[in-house]
Each structure stands twice: as structure tokens, then as C-alpha cells.
Design a protein around this ligand. Structure first.
Ligand code: ADP
Ligand code: TRP
Length: 321
């Protein structure tokens, strides 16, 4: 039997996950865990680029692992680990650092955005795509499910694999991004891209009250109730259809469903959707020992694969005999 292709992805522990993270990234991990040999990690080294406090790092890391498990990642199928538990990620990143040029890294959108905002950007933010390439290439990943904003980073990973293969030896596979077209960019409550940095999120594991508050704040235009509207142009419907994609709902929206009623329906649809995930998350939260075991098991397995690859890289680069 042909062995399954490999999937790897991670999310940074930098605050609560929101439904944009879920539909853009996490849901794909869950949906694909049966099809691929799946590796999912907590990108805590990448989170360091935002210089969080120790307490925030610990808290956000704990939460994101519970979110992964609550959302339905099955630890029996998936290798789940903390990025910092596999030191080969940073070792390989250094080798890649020496293969890329400064102008090449200066072209990264994320770096350009950070430059535009901050006076002095840290070196970790600058070399972010290199560490990410190392996360992916260490595992010979075939596919990397991410939201659309990460597309360029996967291109960097492919380029870097090519550079290494050219310079030394054909060791790396060129990975492919998996981007879900219909959820590539989930809008936030203000209509911009939903993002932790824009204060426009609906948190994934929110309480009923938080869901209600967030939904009530979704922007709606001032058109009259009976005016013709294309639901696909409405932020409220764009969010609603993630939870209920029935033709009937779309029809109701196009027939001028009032915003108040639509929001009530959306609150209920989100709560119904999230309830089983919340229950599963709670079970893991009440069993921290089990969660630690899952992470330990994940780290051992990931290290096993990563160290073998790093050894091959060291040999190819003449760092060891
Ligand atoms: P944020 O923008 O809130 O800081 P991250 O950059 O940590 O989110 O993103 C984590 C993952 O979730 C990435 O794969 C990213 O592409 C995806 N993602 C984030 N926001 C959205 C969104 N609004 N729509 C779709 N996917 C998203
Ligand atoms: N950069 C990704 C994000 O902001 C997180 C990440 C780090 C990642 N390393 C990765 C995603 C490797 C996929 C594969 O969401």
C-alpha cells in the first residue's frame, strides 16, 4: 500500500483563536487528519516575535492545545507537539538563513507590514519565513493547510527547498499550500479580515454572552428591509453561511430577512455548532495529565523524524561526516 502523504501546519499561540483561524486553518487540519499523515504544532517560537510575557506564552500555549483537541484533532491520528520541543527546527533554520539573501527576505509581505508599523523590527520577524520553511521541510511535508495570508510563506518554503537542493543535494520535497477557497478570508465583525490585531473577532471558544455581543456588533448597512440585496455582499451572511450553508438561509437573506432576526439566528447557529467542541475541550481541560502525555508522545515522534532529516542535512552540508 502506498504510504499516505504528509501534512504539517501550526498556529501561533498569541491570544484566543477566532472563527477566522478555525475556518481558514484549523478546520482543514481536522477534516484532513484521516487522509494525510498529519503533524500539527503550536508555533510558540514564531509567537516570540511579538515578545509576549512568560505568563502569556504559557497561557496561550495551553489554550491553543486545548483548542486543537476541542476542535476535533484526534491525538491517536495526529502528531501534536510544541515547536520548541523539537530543536531541529531552529538548527535547520540557521542553515537556511545562510542560503537566503537580505533583499529576498525584505520582499516578504509580513515583514513589510511590520516595518510599516514599527520603528525597529526584531530580527526574528525578519527571518520568520526561514523558520517556517524549516518547520515544513524537516518533515518532508507534501501539503500545508493555511489561510490565504500565509500563501507567500509557503512559496518561501518552496524556494528555500530549491536553493538547498541546488546548493547541496536533492534532500527536500517542495510543499504545496492548501487554501480553502470559500473560507480563504473570513471577514471580521467590521467587514475587514478577521484578525486578533483588528479587534473584530468572534472567538472560537467564546461563552454564549461573548458570542451574542460579537454577533450584535457585526456591521450591517442601512438599506431598508425590503430592498434587493445579494447575500454574498453582506458581511453578516458571509459569516452566517460558515455555520449554515443551506439554500434556504440564503433565500431568506435575499428576501430581506431583517438584520435583528438574522443575528438571532446566527447566535443560535454558532452556539449549536460550538457546543460539542466545547464539551470535548472541557474533557481535556479537566485532564491536564493526558494533555501532557499527548504532547510528550508528539514531541518524541516529531523529534525522531526531524533529527533524521537534520542529520542528512548536516551530512550534505559537510557539517558532520
Ligand atoms: P491573526 O490574523 O488573527 O493574528 P494568525 O495570523 O495567527 O491570525 O493566523 C493563524 C491561521 O489562521 C493562519 O493559517 C491564517 O492564515 C488563518 N487565518 C487567520 N485569520 C483568518 C481569516 N480572517 N480568514 C481565514 N483564515 C485566517
Ligand atoms: N506563520 C503561521 C501563521 O502565522 C504559523 C506557522 C508557523 C506555520 N510555522 C508554520 C503554518 C508552518 C504552517 C506551517 O499562522
Amino acid at each position: 500500500m502506498k504510504s499516505p502523504q504528509r501534512l504539517i501546519s501550526g498556529i501561533k499561540p498569541t491570544g484566543r483563536l477566532h472563527i477566522g483561524n478555525y475556518f481558514g486553518a484549523l478546520k482543514q487540519f481536522v477534516d484532513l487528519q484521516d487522509k494525510y499523515e498529519t503533524f500539527v504544532f503550536v508555533a510558540n517560537l514564531h509567537a516570540l516575535t511579538a515578545t509576549p510575557t512568560k505568563e502569556n506564552m504559557l497561557e496561550d500555549t495551553k489554550n491553543i492545545i486545548l483548542d486543537y483537541l476541542g476542535a476535533g484533532l484526534d491525538p491517536k491520528k495526529v502528531t501534536l507537539f510544541r515547536q520548541s520541543d523539537v530543536t531541529a527546527h531552529t538548527s535547520l533554520a540557521w542553515i537556511f538563513d545562510c542560503l537566503v539573501t537580505v533583499p529576498y527576505l525584505e520582499r516578504a509581505h509580513a515583514y513589510k507590514d511590520a516595518e510599516a508599523k514599527a520603528h525597529e523590527v526584531n530580527a526574528g520577524t525578519f527571518t520568520y519565513p526561514v523558520l517556517m520553511a524549516s518547520d515544513i521541510l524537516l518533515y518532508d511535508a507534501d501539503v500545508v493547510p493555511v489561510g490565504k495570508d500565509q500563501k507567500q510563506h509557503i512559496e518561501y518554503a518552496r524556494d528555500i527547498a530549491g536553493k538547498f537542493n541546488n546548493q547541496y543535494e536533492e534532500l527536500f520535497k517542495l510543499p504545496k499550500e492548501l487554501i480553502q477557497d470559500d473560507t480563504a478570508i473570513v471577514p471580521g465583525t467590521d467587514g475587514q479580515k478577521m484578525s486578533k490585531s483588528y479587534n473584530n473577532t468572534i472567538p472560537l471558544f467564546a461563552t454564549d454572552e461573548e458570542i451574542e455581543k460579537a454577533v450584535m456588533s457585526i456591521t450591517t448597512d442601512s438599506k431598508g428591509k425590503d430592498e434587493e440585496k445579494n447575500p454574498d455582499d453582506m458581511v453578516l451572511y458571509q459569516i452566517h453561511k460558515l455555520f449554515n450553508d443551506s439554500k434556504d438561509l440564503k433565500k431568506q437573506y435575499s428576501k430581506g430577512l431583517g438584520y435583528g432576526d438574522a443575528k438571532k439566528m446566527l447566535i443560535k447557529d454558532i452556539i449549536d455548532f460550538i457546543t460539542p467542541m466545547r464539551e470535548r475541550r472541557k474533557k481535556y481541560e479537566e485532564n491536564p495529565k493526558l494533555v501532557e502525555e499527548i504532547l510528550l508522545h508528539g514531541a518524541v515522534h516529531a523529534n525522531d523524524i526531524a533529527m533524521k532529516k537534520l542529520q542528512a542535512v548536516y551530512e550534505a552540508a559537510g557539517l558532520t561526516k
